[in-house]
Design a protein around this ligand. Structure first.
Ligand code: GLP
Length: 269
């Protein structure tokens, strides 16, 4: 696991985008990116969009798979992840909407929709690089505490904490859905690279559990300790509870150039 501690959320976005662009260039034009909703990756998408606009990155032949979708909202509701991904990812990154997929939380048969989603990821050849945010309770995607570490895409019930965390996007708590479809932890772990971004003091405890806690379904993000190519990119505020923060800083400062990423400014990060 690589841990990169950045000055602020803009720098987190720049490093995450640089990492994603590096993988995209290695894989080629048909790269498959796993995309997350939430506020944490927004700076990453902005930085990627800037690279696309500057002609430094072309994702027009790439594919994307979203992590999750609410169940219970009408199709087209602005808070469906289908809509959020369209506005924050598909359009700014110049992806072809035909190759951007979300779990179908509007399906009559939700279990079939989950199986279809797993099949679609497989058919695309798997995810090359997965972008993740982190819930304040340690969830990734919508894999709430006690999720099976081997789970695949399925229906989940949201915890009250997650509903309250996401209330800010809705007029009231009552409007926040209680159910969702989410890629499982096993699905996420099958991605070839994983980049988790987190910002702010309210994520510090969850970040600590992901990086330094025991691997436990109580903090689902901790399963990333088992991933061979996981990069955790966080700001100073999110790093405040880390016991080995100085070690991560030293480790990154002494990386050989080939392990570093090229920032949009042209500097080696
Ligand atoms: C939601 C999403 C997660 C996201 C989390 C954190 O629950 N399903 O994928 O990581 O929110 O959101 P934020 O980045 O806004 O704190």
């Amino acid at each position: 696991m690589d841990v990169i501690i950045c000055k602020n959320d803009t720098e987190v976005g720049a490093y995450a985008a640089a990492k994603i662009a590096k993988v995209a260039r290695q894989v080629g034009s048909q790269v498959t990116i796993g995309v997350a909703t939430g506020s944490s990756p927004l700076r990453t998408y902005q930085a990627l969009a800037a690279m696309v606009a500057a002609g430094q990155l072309d994702l027009s032949q790439g594919s994307a798979f979203a992590l999750d979708e609410y169940v219970g909202l009408p199709f087209g509701h602005p808070q469906t992840y289908h809509e959020v991904i369209r506005k924050t990812v598909t359009e700014p990154l110049g992806l072809d909407p035909a190759r951007v997929h979300c779990p179908n939380g509007f399906a009559e048969d939700l279990r079939q929709a989950c199986a279809d989603y797993e099949a679609a990821i497989k058919q695309a050849g798997g995810v090359d690089i997965q972008i993740l945010g982190l819930g304040s309770n340690g969830h990734i995607g919508f894999n709430e505490p006690t999720s099976s570490l081997n789970s695949r895409t399925r229906i989940k019930t949201l915890t009250e904490q997650t509903r309250k965390d996401n209330q800010r996007f809705f007029a009231s708590l009552d409007e926040v859905p209680r159910h969702c479809l989410t890629q499982g932890l096993g699905t996420i772990m099958a991605a070839r690279h994983v980049v988790l971004v987190a910002n702010g003091k309210n994520k510090a405890a969850a970040v600590k559990s992901v990086i330094e806690g025991p691997i436990t379904a109580m903090f689902p993000g901790s399963v990333l300790q088992m991933h061979q190519w996981a990069t955790i990119i966080i700001d100073e505020a999110a790093a405040t509870e880390l016991e080995l923060a100085d070690y991560y800083r030293q480790m990154y400062d002494n990386l050989p150039d080939w392990q570093r990423v090229m920032l949009p400014t042209g500097d080696v990060g």
